[in-house]
Design a protein around this ligand. Structure first.
Ligand code: IPM
Ligand code: MG
Length: 401
């Protein structure tokens, strides 16, 4: 081998060495991790509101109004406090050359839970520097390891809850691959014991608690033998701790096919899977429910949690002056997951009913994304009016028949 290649290999090895060091630091942090925060015992809960980019500030403002409405008494008592965080914009991130500017990260860490609007993800060739996604960075920095994405279509007997691993796999060092030389590029994928155990346990705990009692593990362990193999082996070991929960395992390719199979798909309940497969499969799954625009997503860690819509920031809507017509329903659904996470179960349930009444049954207002439909603010008013009816439950039940 030529001298040049030997030099290139040495450089790549040094780079790989640094990645390993970082991962060991992360593993130590995971090992030192305490238990999940108990929100019920907290005197005060700080909810961070991050507008993000494009339509983000428009729709998060509406979600904040709805939260403030539902939590009125506790906001008055300052048991719940909102903290608006403005700096997570692509302009600001590009100017600092960082996925999350340091001051913004410090502000995020002052919150307990965060409601986040969509943020632009730069990619090679667009007008922004190709910095890391703010989403991916936030999940890592706040250690939000469980990405929980429910998809429900009762009339098709679909009731799925995805537990997507959120900090490892191809995403852990997705911005740290090496161009060894012009002929060779290498990326890395990471699976750790701690990281696998905690997400798999979260999925089994949920399956048990919800009485769904079934977990499907999705990997490609027949080909990606080391990392996916470890994920699957860990799942098999953990399954033994949950005798009441049935476990099966599928490969990601056939799993994407089976979600479309009407005879088979209702049998899936709780799915747990590595990061990238989870990214892909949850977009497919959301499509049955009406598209990614209808889904909310919870990013949960032991200390922090972040809730977001899974659609993009639609900068074109804002450029064309239509930001106020953006649909806030998906982020409001995410706000519902936030309420549930911090222990406001009743409020979360009411919000869910109101979203269904307004969006699926009564449909007094429609959002079209332009001035032919309602604005997000008008829609939020509609939701709050629906929520303030004393007989909300009855109204909801009348539509169920
Ligand atoms: C998601 C998104 C993100 C991801 C992007 C925006 C980085 O697709 O939340 O699923 O890949 O995780
Ligand atoms: Mg995605």
């Amino acid at each position: 081998m030529g001298l040049k290649h030997l030099e290139e290999i040495e450089k790549a090895k040094a780079h790989f060495g640094k990645i390993l060091e970082e991962q060991f630091t992360r593993i130590d942090r995971m090992k030192a991790e305490s238990e999940f925060v108990d929100y019920a015992s907290k005197d005060q809960i700080v909810i961070g509101i991050v507008g993000g980019d494009g339509i983000g500030p428009f729709i998060t403002a509406e979600a904040e109004k709805v939260l403030a409405f539902l939590l009125k008494d506790d906001v008055e008592k300052e048991r719940v406090v909102f903290k608006e965080i403005d700096g997570l914009t692509i302009e600001n991130r590009a100017a600092c050359g960082k996925a999350i500017p340091d001051d913004v990260l410090a502000e995020l860490k002052e919150c307990d839970v965060i409601l986040k609007g969509p943020t632009t993800t730069p990619r090679e060739g667009d007008k922004w520097p190709n910095i890391e996604s703010a989403n991916v960075a936030m999940r890592r920095e706040l250690d939000l390891f469980a990405n929980v994405r429910p998809v429900s279509v009762p009339e098709k007997d679909i009731d799925w809850t995805f537990y997507r691993e959120n900090t490892e796999g191809g995403y852990a060092v997705g911005s740290k691959g090496v161009h060894v030389n012009d002929d060779l590029a290498i990326d890395f994928t990471v699976t750790t014991q701690e990281g696998s155990e905690r997400i798999i346990r979260a999925a089994f705990d949920y399956a048990k608690k919800s009485g769904k009692n079934k977990v499907t593990v999705v990997t490609k362990a027949n080909v990606i033998k080391t990392t996916d193999g470890k994920f699957l082996d860990t799942a098999k070991a953990i399954a033994k701790e949950y005798p009441e929960v049935e476990m099966d395992d599928w490969y990601i390719d056939i799993m994407t096919a089976k979600l479309v199979d009407e005879k088979r798909r209702s049998q899936f309940k709780v799915m747990v899977l590595p990061n990238l497969y989870g990214d892909i499969l949850t977009d497919e799954a959301a499509e049955f429910q009406g598209g990614v625009g209808t889904a909310g997503s919870a990013n949960i860690g032991k200390r922090y949690a972040m809730f977001e819509a899974i659609h993009g920031s639609a900068p074109r809507m804002v450029d064309e002056g239509r930001g106020q017509y953006a649909d806030p329903c998906s982020i409001i659904r995410a706000a519902g997951m936030l309420l549930e996470h911090i222990g406001y179960m009743d409020e979360a349930r009411k919000l869910q009913m109101a979203l269904d009444i307004c969006g699926n049954f009564e449909k007094k207002l429609e959002i079209t994304g332009r001035d032919t439909g309602a604005t997000g603010a008008e829609y939020a008013e509609y939701l709050m009016k629906t929520l303030s009816q004393d007989n909300l439950e009855e109204v909801f039940n009348s539509y169920q028949k």
